[in-house]
Design a protein around this ligand. Structure first.
Ligand code: WTA
Length: 649
């Protein structure tokens, strides 16, 4: 993205102040900004007090070894105790923690007291398997309560979970298991998706075969589909069900690692983003309470994210449970058995807070207003959005059609690395603009800067940076301190660069414009261009590949690959399909290129760098930009010819 495109953004003048009723009952008041500005660390210390600590910290923030932060160091807590036990102890054991709805329509209701029993049993099972503090446990599960239970069981005994999205391939799972040297994998026979059992166990079998670190595989029986069972495999129900419901949590130092979550960066290899305990839970709970205005005794909260992504970590598991929310978890896809399934669920459970992604909202827009209109959505009182910029039109539709023209919308900007929401309206305070995440939350300092790192004023566009450490920030990249410093802290020394472009409008509201690096955002999922290129090149037919993200109405960006075949590889009618399937096998179906163009050359600079800008022009059917820096300006003609003859899916 160049500076010019960062500067050009139409101005949005529609303003949506919260209603007087909403303001009167809101958790977060305007004073919070002032409190945080006048003493930022004290502000965060007060937020930490919403958790239950076994031992108080000695220091709020230790930044002496920057960029490696320590928050609340010396303090001791147990994350699972905070998410479960303390609610039972305060007399809320009978409150429902999870309403589970499986895709086939099966349901389970789990109270906080039952959740405590289940997490304790699972913790005892992990101990029986020899899992100890600091060991890594890979979790590869569908959206079923066992996913939450497994994560909390790890947290409870100080083991580090690494959740791998169930849509990732065996190869992607294997590389993540290997990078973290996971000792145990927790999976299921399968999950229900689009009306069928989607098998998970075969991918685990394939991955584990090549992963010597894995000692056991714990398998939840979800679908009853046929699975191979080897020496390392144990059924969840055989091991967990017989365990005692008694387990006394140990308390761990605030900086004890809680989880690793892999995410795409600009180079091919996914980064294991490391999060720790006290600071992470503090900010996850703080943001969940204030941004979603949670009333634990009244609300039914539903975040539609999968636990395989950070949103599922912070806003399905840790934030809501720390705040004693009653929440809905839905296993399947929005169109099964019919396209009004979500709205049927909102009506059935009287969901009051809904948190989802723009890609889903755009899909529902396309499906039409009559589907939500068939259901009573009047229980909804707040809507949230995350994962990519939300177009103003989708924002308005969300508010009018889903939110009955009355609900505040919180457009929340954050990342796997930030751990929790960083930029967002406070729903009872902020006058929102459709499409803008508005302002940094209290206690967070963000700024938009130019190439030189100079802070820009209103009306200017540039790069989004975070100026001060925050409690739920990543503590590093698993096993690679250098890469952590290099990736996030070297562009502007001492300052965190998020990889996003943003613009400040004339009122100082922040408009996040998306990634400025080689990371694509497809349906809210981060996928690196290099990762897909490497996958393509690993196919023997491919000599070279260049991948770009092209704007797409439904998915935000779509993956378009330009592929040069090896000499001797013949281009047949199935070549493109075969390559698409190859990428799905290497990474997962989410990374399948939408379009593959077989070309004779890709444009390169004289120093050999692929000119993605030009490829994006081609992929988005634009007239070509400046070609004067190309080593061979004629290649663009070749590619344009390729466009007309190239195969398309
Ligand atoms: C993008 C997801 C605009 C952004 C929580 C960021 C957004 C990346 C928004 C992180 C938003 C997330 N408006 N863009 N409200 N939320 N993004 O790590 O490009 O999967 O850097 O975390 O998603 O994606 P990640």
């Amino acid at each position: 993205m160049n500076n010019e495109s960062l500067e050009n953004l139409s101005t949005e003048s529609r303003l949506y102040p919260p209603s007087a009723d909403f303001v009167a009952q809101a958790n977060a008041k305007a004073e919070m900004y002032e409190a945080a500005t006048s003493d930022r660390l004290k502000f965060w210390e007060q937020q930490a007090e919403r958790l239950s600590w076994h031992k108080k910290w000695n220091q709020i923030l230790d930044w002496s070894n920057a960029p490696f932060a320590k928050w609340f160091s010396g303090g001791e807590l147990n994350v699972a105790y905070n998410c479960v036990d303390r609610h039972v102890e305060s007399g809320h054991g009978e409150q429902v923690a999870i309403y589970f709805e499986g895709e086939p329509g099966d349901t389970r209701t789990i109270t906080y007291s039952q959740l405590k029993d289940e997490v304790s049993k699972a913790a005892n099972a992990l101990i029986e398997l020899g899992i100890k503090k600091g060991d890594r446990v890979a979790i590869y599960l569908p959206m079923i309560p066992e996913a939450t239970i497994a994560m909390l069981a790890c947290a409870r005994i100080g083991a580090i979970h690494s959740v791998v999205f169930g849509g990732f391939s065996a190869e992607a799972l294997r590389s993540r298991i290997e990078d973290a040297s996971a000792k145990l994998v927790i999976t299921a026979d399968g999950g229900f998706r689009k009306g069928n059992a989607f098998a998970l166990k075969p991918a685990v079998d394939e991955a584990v075969q090549k992963s010597p670190s894995v000692e056991n595989v714990l398998v939840v029986k979800r679908c009853g589909n046929e699975v191979a069972f080897g020496e390392k495999d144990i059924w969840w129900h055989d091991l967990v069900d017989k365990q005692s419901t008694e387990h006394s949590p140990e308390f761990f130092e605030s900086e004890t690692p809680l989880f690793i979550l892999y995410t795409s960066g600009t180079t091919g290899k996914p980064k294991g983003i490391l999060h720790t305990s006290g600071g992470y839970l503090t900010q996850a709970a703080f943001t969940h309470f204030n941004v979603f205005d949670l009333k634990p005794d009244k609300d039914i909260y539903w975040c539609t994210a999968d636990v395989g992504w950070v949103t599922g970590h912070s806003y399905v598991v840790y934030g809501p449970l720390a705040n004693r929310a009653s929440q809905l978890i839905y296993e399947g896809t929005p169109d099964t058995p019919h396209k009004a399934r979500w709205w049927e669920l909102v009506e059935k459970y009287k969901v009051s807070i809904l948190y989802t992604a723009p890609t889903a909202i755009r899909t529902f827009m396309k499906w039409g207003d009559d589907l939500p209109a068939q259901h009573d959505l009047s229980s909804l009182r707040l809507l949230g959005s995350v994962g990519e910029p939300i177009n103003p039109e989708a924002w308005i539709w969300y508010r009018e059609v889903i939110g009955s023209s009355k609900t505040p919308i919180v457009d929340t900007w954050w990342q796997t690395e930030t751990g929790s929401i960083m930029i967002s309206p406070l729903p009872g305070v902020t006058e929102t603009k459709p499409g803008s995440a508005m302002r940094p939350l209290p206690g967070i300092s963000a700024a938009v800067v130019n190439d030189k790192g100079e802070v820009l004023g209103n009306g200017k566009g540039g790069y989004l940076t975070l100026r001060e450490p925050w409690p739920s920030m990543l503590r590093g990249i698993w096993g690679d301190d250098e890469r952590y410093k290099e990736t996030y802290w070297s562009q502007y020394p001492g300052i965190y660069f998020a990889g996003d472009g943003a613009k400040l409008d004339d009122d100082g509201a922040i408009w996040v414009l998306g990634r400025v690096d080689d990371v694509m955002n497809v349906s809210g999922h981060r996928i690196s261009t290099t990762e897909v290129e490497s996958a393509l090149v690993s196919n023997p037919m491919v000599a070279e590949a260049a991948v770009v993200g092209a704007s797409d109405e439904m998915t935000g960006q779509a993956i378009v690959a330009f592929v040069i075949l090896r000499q001797g590889a013949t281009e047949g009618p199935d070549t493109v399909q075969e390559l698409r399937n190859h990428v799905a096998k290497e990474i997962g179906a989410i990374a399948k290129p939408k379009k593959i163009l077989i070309v004779a050359e890709v444009p390169k600079t004289r120093s050999g760098k692929i000119m993605r800008r030009l490829l994006r022009d081609v992929a988005e059917n634009r007239t070509l930009g400046d070609v004067t820096t190309l080593a061979d300006p004629t290649v663009m003609n070749l590619i344009s010819q390729g466009m007309t003859t190239g195969s398309e899916d």
